[in-house]
Design a binder for this molecule. Sequence first.
Ligand code: PGA
Length: 243
Amino acid sequence: MIKIIKKKNYEEMSAYAAEMIAAQILLKPCCVLGLATGSTPLGTYSKLIEKYQAGLLDFAKVRSVNLDEYCGLSPEHDQSYHYYMKENLFSHINIDPDNTHVPNGMAQDMKAEGERYDALIASLGGIDLQLLGIGNTGHIGFNEPDSNFPTATHRVRLAQKTIEANSRFFASVDDVPKYAVTMGMTSIMSARKILLLANGVSKAEIIKKSFFDSVTPQVPASILQLHPDVTVVVDEEAGSLLP
Ligand code: PGA
């Protein structure tokens, strides 16, 4: 079931998302959070850091698994998602670095890396709350439009539209990695709760397509219509085409 919550702006969307994540941690201090990268969750992470600094949240027992990582970027690369997570969240809170996990984009054998990552998620007991952004291709994680929904963690070729969208973080479009390793739909759909965030007018069309059209692997996020507990939080612009 999908619950859609419209907020006035990015600030309010982020505050709501941080409240949901904080509630999850208070309810189960050793919870497994599925985390996302990109521009969308930055405000949410700032609000979580503020709550931690105010003594309202304790991450000591929290475990985390990230959705994806670029292939070929080392954890020290400033555009890697390892680096992003450290910069934007982990280094500001009391999470144990040993309890944080991001797929290894440098693995030689991506099939083995996918199996390792899925086994790791299973060994943690699955994901309690999965945070998601959405790409303008409809991707969640880096699961791009395809003829079927990919299940396991796997290597994926990024859609040209994604490469172009993410080129804003690189010196040129040619510097954007062409491949990534991403959680598949099994781990995402097995999460007990899902929280998807979208802001800005560029997401309006894909939000409508994902949640008000049919379920199809051509719009990967549409699979969430089949999940029992999804909260979608949009700002006014991203929600502007919704009925
Ligand atoms: P964004 O990316 O948050 O930077 O818009 C979302 C995504 O690609 O999933």
